[in-house]
Structures are given as C-alpha cells and as structure tokens.
Write a protein that binds this ligand. Sequence first.
Ligand SMILES: [Mg+2]
Length: 251
Amino acid sequence: MIRAIFLDLDGTVYRGSEACPDAADSIAEFIRRGFAVRYITNNSGARPESVRAKLVRMGVPSQPDWVVTSGMAAAKEIAHSFHKVGVVGNPGLMESMIEAGLTIVPYCDAEAVVVGLCFEFDFTILQEASDAIRNGAVFYATNLDKTYPYDGGRFAPGAGSLIAAVVAASGVDPIVVGKPQPTMAWQACDELGVEPREVLFVGDRIETDLDCALAAGCLPWLVLTGVSSEIPDGVLGSETLAGVLDYLENS
Ligand SMILES: [Mg+2]
C-alpha cells in the first residue's frame, strides 16, 4: 500500500526553468488522492523556500517542508553526534547547518567537516579541510555527483569533484549522505511517519535515484523526462509522471 511519493527534482519534476511534461498535473493529482509528496534532491546548497517558489512558479504544488536537500540531510546526521562543524560549501549548506543547531567553526576546530558544492573552493580550503580530517574530524560528503548540467548543454563540476580532491588530499573516505545512499529517504519517512515500503520513489537516474530507493526499501520508479532514454527490463517506469497515476490506480 503506497502512502507517499518521493520525487527527484532535476529531470523528474523540472528541466531548467520548465516543468517536465505531465509533472504539474500529476503531482496535483497525487495530492488530491491523499498521497504525501516529498522532493528529494542531491543539490546541497538549495534552499527549501527558493525551491518551493520555483516549483510554484511552474504550477507544481509544493510547501517548504516538502523539500529535502542533501545539505539538510547532512546537517541532521551531523547534529546527531556533533556540535562544531567546518563547512566546505555554498551559503545554502551553511544555513542548513545553522538551522540544525550546529556551530560553524574554522576547520582546525571542527569535530566534523562537511563538503558539498562550493564555488569558493581553492587550495587553502583544500589544505585546511584535509588537515582537519587527517587530524580526526569526521568527514561527511553531501553527495558524490561529479558534474551537473549547466546552461547551454555544458557540465559544471559538482560536489563529487571537490570531494574527490579532499579524499585524495586527506587519505580518508567520507560518510556520504546524498542519493544513492538511503539517508535522505529514511529521514523523509521518519518525518512523515511512513515505512519505506509505503513509498514510491520516482527519479530519472538509475544509479542515484533508483539505487537510493532500493537501498532505502522504497518502490523505485523510472521516468524518461531526464537523463534516461529507456526503461530496462525488470525496472518499473513510464515516459512521464502520468504513468505513476495509472500504476497507483491499478495496483
Ligand atoms: Mg534527476
């Protein structure tokens, strides 16, 4: 029995500044039929309020607490065990840490160092963050995506590219929070009070979204509005989100 639907954003709900085909109507219908909806994104610096505003502009229903980012999820994980965090990341990641009750400190004073997408990343940051990790600060990575799509069909370096540099310089592998790890899905289940098996998890990328769904124990669903162009044998999926409605009606 499915009670909640988790949706990846990029390539599943929108592409750039446009909603994916059928996304707005299908999500409105999920809500009308009583399903809880959560948006689960590996973007570490996204702010829930700006994501909500972007979705609403496209006609896609959303509330700020429907958005789960890898930065928010990392903050929650770190706050379970630590107080002082060193942050390699954009302002959105820093805000997530502060909202979770953490204090941002210089890397050398940190109990944990979190690395996400950071436009200010440079040699000094790499050196200081790596020193702290080598000296015992626990290393968290928001997500391992090496690139992300950029304007004009180009790719920009993602958090995973910066994390690879910190891994190389520190000699330590991080605790990874983002998809395909199950952490974000489990956090959203806890918050909603649903079991993972009561969740249908939709995404456009098998090796992040569907693997996250499987690792978490959710039902994975592939859509072809993003990076994937066909549904492999043995995988549940549809051209657009409208296919999820048909499935829910008939299951
Ligand atoms: Mg995607």
